[in-house]
Design a protein around this ligand. Structure first.
Ligand SMILES: C[S@@+](CC[C@H](N)C(=O)[O-])C[C@H]1O[C@@H](n2cnc3c(N)ncnc32)[C@H](O)[C@@H]1O
Length: 325
């Protein structure tokens, strides 16, 4: 890890936190492959536009205090905006703050747009592995926004960021075939990279689904989602997230909210059902049915508390701690 001008150039896994000694081996960080990302996210921007909201958020909305028929686009969009501003507030990107912000896994750019619209960020960079998403973000031509077709592992910013957000991407940073130790190493490499990108005192926010029940990924729903919907993805457990971040960050806020994802999935299902004819024309009857099934199956998974949703705030430690893996 090289230290330059008050920041740490990221080289995740190449040396042990808190020491100058080289680490034994680079941490494995093979999450979902670009091909598997494209299998899911490049099904077509027009298809996703049929049932996502205007912010094109493809992650759980924040429903606190939001009333109304959730399947209506305006209500869903309000809840999605509440989610976006929640994360931006959490990292100090309040209106007018003018921060330098990184969004890891920027999707169709909703967070980037919200960040620059109210001057919360002066410069906002988004990373995605989906060509279709990149094309959409570029078509928005948002001032101050840069989108890159790049994995977080390869990202080397010219200057440190003030804040990092990542919403609904952490589920792609490890694969189901990894052992717990390998997953921990991959997550730890991610937090090490974030530490390297951030200025001293920098803040970070993470939203991710996580296993919460006893069954882990086992069972028919898990296998269906893993094989037919999100190949190459894996859910963490909270204990893995906290163990992985500990050398680099202190946790400032932790919210668990499975209801937020159940309600979002219900809203998406209702909207997709209403758009059935257009959806089938765009992606075919089989894909339409598969998506309806996946949205409903995942809703039930959250209602049964087999999985949950976390929103976690972090503060960068000035010096990484040397902790056992
Ligand atoms: C479920 S989408 C969430 C998008 C957006 N944050 C939102 O909430 O709408 C997951 C995103 O993570 C991105 N992603 C997955 N693995 C990635 C990686 N290794 N590096 C960068 N982005 C990644 C995908 O390309 C996609 O944009």
């Amino acid at each position: 890890m090289t230290v330059t001008a008050g920041t740490v150039t990221p080289a995740p896994g190449t040396n042990a936190p808190g020491t100058n000694a080289p680490a034994p081996a680079p941490a494995p960080a093979p999450g979902t492959s670009a091909e598997d990302i494209e299998f899911h996210y490049d099904l077509g921007n027009d298809f996703y536009a049929l049932w996502l909201d205007a912010t094109r958020s493809y992650s759980a909305a924040r429903w606190d205090g939001i009333d109304g028929d959730e399947s209506q686009e305006a209500v869903l969009a309000r809840a999605q905006r509440a989610k976006l501003t929640h994360h931006l507030d959490l990292v100090g990107a309040t209106p007018g703050a003018g921060l330098r912000l990184l969004d890891v896994g920027c999707g169709w750019g909703g967070m980037l747009a919200e960040a620059v619209a109210a001057g919360r960020a002066r410069e906002a960079t988004g990373l995605t592995l989906s060509r279709a998403q990149l094309a959409h973000v570029e078509s928005l031509a948002l001032p101050g926004v840069t989108a890159r077709l790049e994995s977080w592992e390869a990202h080397t910013p010219a200057r440190p960021y003030d804040a990092v957000v990542s919403v609904g991407a952490f589920e792609h940073f490890a694969t189901a075939s990894m052992s717990r130790d390998e997953r921990l190493a991959a997550y730890r490499a991610y937090f090490g990279a974030c530490h390297g990108w951030l200025r001293p005192g920098g803040l970070m926010s993470l939203q991710t689904i996580a296993f919460d029940g006893a069954s882990g990924g086992a069972g028919p729903v898990g296998s269906f989602v893993a094989s037919d919907v999100f190949p190459g993805a894996a859910l963490p457990r909270l204990s893995e997230i906290t163990a992985a971040c500990d050398p680099y960050f202190s946790v400032t806020v932790l919210h668990g909210s499975p209801e937020d994802y159940a309600r979002t999935l219900r809203a998406w299902s209702a909207r997709l059902l209403r758009a059935r004819a257009a959806a089938e024309q765009l992606v075919g009857a089989e894909a339409y049915r598969r998506y309806r099934l996946y949205l409903r199956a995942c809703e039930v998974t959250f209602l049964r508390r087999a999985a949950t949703l976390y929103r976690i705030g972090f503060r960068r430690r000035d010096e990484p701690l040397s902790l056992p893996a």
